[in-house]
Write a new protein. Structure first.
Length: 316
């Protein structure tokens, strides 16, 4: 029988090393990482941003971070696919908990998200954010660009998010438009994957629509991403509606004809050598999910990304 002291690794564990406890019990941090507001010794922080005040269709993404954490516990204690490594052998990862937002005051949310994220990113810790609707990517980009300069965006999404809703609009459909206009995004190095809706503009960003993606393997999609981004510092934003509703029913604005989870994961994995500076996964809406299908997909995307960081860390 396991030592009872190993239960609730989110509170009892260190920053490194896998946990081994029943997946159906214990404190639900992301992959059982330690819950802490201390970043001392940490390489990576996981932050939940439970905000869906910008949603234009079905709400519920505020519950996304909790669902993704719950789904991530299935990975606990095993060598991770496809690398076969324990990502926490060399990579110190903490679960920083959630961003605290003003209740019922959506106009105040952008500055508050940016302030709290800036405090993390400024320490040099690599940040992975769990949404929340896609609006959160705008304050996230502001904080990341303040440290790294303009970033190439690798955006998996059914939508281009280039609508003009005003500089102060709190909407999940305009962060790309605002990010390019304000110099946060290097459009010449950016790419959108899985798009299957019409938007007013492309902002100079390359678009790989869903039909094009369906013709390619995940490795081939990655090759096009790499060709576009090159050596630029880049940021991954993954809207789960990039996936077909068969693979991600729990999202606010589902669009038929999307990527399979397998193809999207392969594309991310084969682009692992890019100069990643941060990432988010957004638009998981548990009220519309079934059997945690969407949350499992989102958790796996983050798990895959952590492996990518761990492989780089092991070579340092």
């Amino acid at each position: 029988m396991s030592d009872p002291g190993t239960i609730d690794n989110a509170f009892t564990g260190g920053l490194k090393g896998s946990a081994e406890e029943p997946t159906f019990s214990g404190a639900q941090s992301f992959m059982r990482r330690r819950y802490t507001k201390s970043l001392a010794g940490a390489d990576v922080a996981i932050l939940g941003i439970p905000f869906d005040g910008a949603t234009s269709n079905r709400p519920g993404a505020r519950f996304g971070p909790a669902a993704i954490r719950r789904a991530s516990m299935i990975f606990d204690g095993d060598p991770q696919y496809p690398s076969g490594i324990d990502p926490f052998a060399d990579l110190a990862v903490v679960d920083y908990g959630d961003c605290l937002l003003p209740r019922g005051l959506s106009p105040l949310a952008p500055a508050e998200i940016e302030r709290q994220v800036m405090a993390i990113v400024a320490t040099g810790v690599h940040l992975i954010s769990l949404g929340g609707d896609h609006f959160i990517s705008l304050p996230l980009l502001r904080a990341h660009a303040a440290r790294h300069g303009p970033l190439a965006i690798v955006q998996f999404d059914a939508h281009q998010d280039t609508w003009d809703d005003g500089v102060d609009g709190v909407t999940h459909g305009s962060f790309i438009n605002l990010g390019v206009e304000s110099g946060l995004i290097d459009a010449s190095r950016s790419i959108q994957i899985g798009v299957r809706t019409i938007a007013p503009r492309d902002c100079g960003i390359e678009v790989m629509d869903a039909e094009r993606c369906a013709e390619l393997t995940g490795r081939e999609i990655a090759e096009e991403i790499i060709a576009r981004v090159g050596g630029a510092p880049c940021y991954l934003t993954f809207d789960v509606d990039a996936l077909d509703p068969a693979y991600a029913p729990g999202t606010g604005t589902p669009v038929a004809g999307g990527l399979t989870t397998a193809r999207a994961l392969a594309a991310i994995w084969h682009a692992r050598e890019l100069d990643w500076r941060g990432m988010d996964v957004v638009e998981v809406s548990p009220p519309f999910d079934h059997a945690d299908v969407t949350a499992i997909a989102a958790a796996t995307i983050v798990q895959r990304y952590l492996q990518m960081l761990a492989l780089k860390r092991a070579r340092v």
